[in-house]
Design a protein around this ligand. Structure first.
Ligand SMILES: [Mg+2]
Length: 91
């Protein structure tokens, strides 16, 4: 994440505390679940996705695990790529 983004999110963690922001992350995840499940307002879904992305970045700062997250993400993308192409060859 870029420096400005990290500065803003770190300031939020410093102001409200890690524990509070972890609870906030749970709340935002729940809001996105509800937005997707209701499936009525595309702009609401976009708003909740933005909230979750912001909270995921804060969690990376709190847990100091950006590298591990990127590593898992790459591993899972590769696995998904393999599965997608395997499905193509079955047909
Ligand atoms: Mg929200």
């Amino acid at each position: 994440m870029d420096n400005v983004r990290r500065q803003i999110l770190t300031a939020a963690i410093d102001k409200y505390g890690s524990a509070c922001q972890m609870v906030k992350a749970i709340e935002e995840l729940a809001e996105l679940i509800q937005a997707i499940a209701k499936d009525v307002d595309p702009d609401n879904i976009a708003e909740e996705m933005a909230d979750v992305r912001i909270m995921l970045d804060q969690l990376e700062i709190i847990f100091v695990n950006s590298e591990a997250v990127r590593r898992w993400e790459l591993k899972k993308l590769k696995r998904l790529d393999t599965r997608v192409h395997a499905a193509d060859t079955v047909r």
